[in-house]
Design a protein around this ligand. Structure first.
Ligand code: ATP
Length: 374
């Protein structure tokens, strides 16, 4: 006989029905979340969606209004912050300005009278590649180096979970990109659970194994970056991770692996596993880089979905690609990003074109879900 599933069978961080209200305002609503141990998890969403509030509840800096938080099966919902094996790295480093780097990193261990502090600090500074900077003060380091000191200071406490609240927000773009790679390397090396809060979709996709997209206090979708990008389930996700053309359609039939949708008089096929609408009206989604632009009647990428009658309304040459706006017969402008491979010519404003895409690139979203989300 099979044993019943125990709550402590999961050794990661688990949130169940977590809600946080501030007076009449609900910042986080009925959140369910499983973060596997050792994973790099990103909470992604626009400003005000409830990311930081969620993180603060995990850290113990806020108490949930309802729900539970467990870590490796242990209930920590109401545990004091310092009782949790959790550390946080904030955007504004919060280093001690009058202590040097070594002393900053050693601080927590010394206070706990831990053994072998000097060796542990050296190892940690090695890990973040600051071993040569140990005797400098924070003000003598760059923003990226200060961020790595903050990271070393949090990691040296050997937390089970490290929370990162927009840790790269204060850095310029180039430094951000290199720190993203650096953070990912460090996470892989130490094997701890990282939960990273960001509003930057590229940052989340670059670093995380799993991304949870948050909007207005709820998680809209969760998955690995590629899955979220290829198979968004809501219009919010479709447009928060990259851009999507969303075109009104009516589901006509479903047979086997394909759904046929009437799109303003043209039949288009959509893979059944990417069709997240029950029937009736829906949004046909197609990413600008998945749309091919060709001469009228050219039937590019046949047997794809070909949509005739487009007229180029805007052209931007951006080096690696050309970005078009194409006005369709039903009045909507669609975005097309065409790679400049040299094989295709560049169309001019006012030219007639035909758009096409492979059926397996499109997705179908529920028409009514905007009302639900809004
Ligand atoms: P940002 O990226 O801007 O920090 P966020 O997604 O992290 O945004 P939160 O900081 O979690 O968002 O805030 C979510 C909502 O809850 C916001 O509307 C915010 O104003 C509100 N909120 C957060 N803390 C409090 C508080 N202590 N009292 C009242 N409202 C709060």
């Amino acid at each position: 006989e099979q044993a019943p599933a125990r709550d402590d069978a999961f050794d990661g961080l688990r949130l169940r029905g977590v809600t946080k209200s501030f007076a009449a305002f609900t910042a986080v609503h009925d959140l369910d979340l499983d973060v596997p141990r050792g994973s790099f998890f990103a909470l992604l969403g626009p400003s005000g969606c409830g990311k930081t509030t969620t993180l603060r509840m995990v850290a113990g800096l806020e108490t949930p209004t309802a729900g539970s938080i467990t870590l490796a099966g242990q209930d920590i919902t109401y545990a004091k912050p310092y009782r949790r094996p959790v550390n946080t790295v904030f955007q504004n480093y919060a280093l001690f300005p009058h202590l040097d780097i070594h002393e900053n990193v050693a601080f927590g261990l010394k206070r706990r009278k831990a053994p072998d502090v000097a060796r542990q600090v050296r190892e940690m500074l090695d890990l973040v590649e600051l071993d040569t900077q140990a005797r400098k003060r924070p003000a003598q380091l760059s923003g990226g180096q200060q961020q790595r000191v903050a990271l070393a200071r949090a990691l040296i406490n050997k937390p089970e979970v490290l929370l990162l609240d927009e840790p790269l927000g204060a850095l310029d773009l180039k430094l951000r990109r290199s720190m993203q790679i650096e953070l990912k390397r460090i996470q892989t090396e130490v094997g701890l659970t990282f939960i990273h809060v960001t509003h930057d979709q590229e940052e989340a996709m670059t670093m995380a194994d799993t991304v949870a997209v948050m909007n207005a206090g709820v998680i809209e979708q969760m998955g690995d970056p590629e899955e979220l990008y290829e198979n968004p389930r809501t219009t919010f996700v479709a447009n928060f991770l990259g851009q999507s053309n969303l075109i009104e359609g009516t589901v006509k039939s479903r047979s086997g692996d394909l759904v046929t949708v009437d799109m303003h008089g043209v039949d288009v096929s959509i893979p059944a596993h990417r069709a997240h609408a029950e029937g009736g009206k829906g949004w046909i989604g197609i990413r600008p880089e998945k749309v091919l632009i060709g001469d009228p009647g050219e039937q590019l990428d046949a047997p794809g979905n070909s949509i005739p009658g487009g007229v180029v309304s805007d052209v931007s040459f951006v080096g690696v690609s050309t970005q078009y706006l194409v006005r369709m017969p039903w009045g909507q402008e669609l975005q097309v990003f065409a790679q400049n491979t040299g094989h295709r010519r560049i169309y001019r404003q006012g030219e007639s074109v035909e758009l096409s895409w492979r059926p397996d690139y499109a997705f179908l979203l529920d028409f009514s879900q905007d009302a639900r989300a809004g």
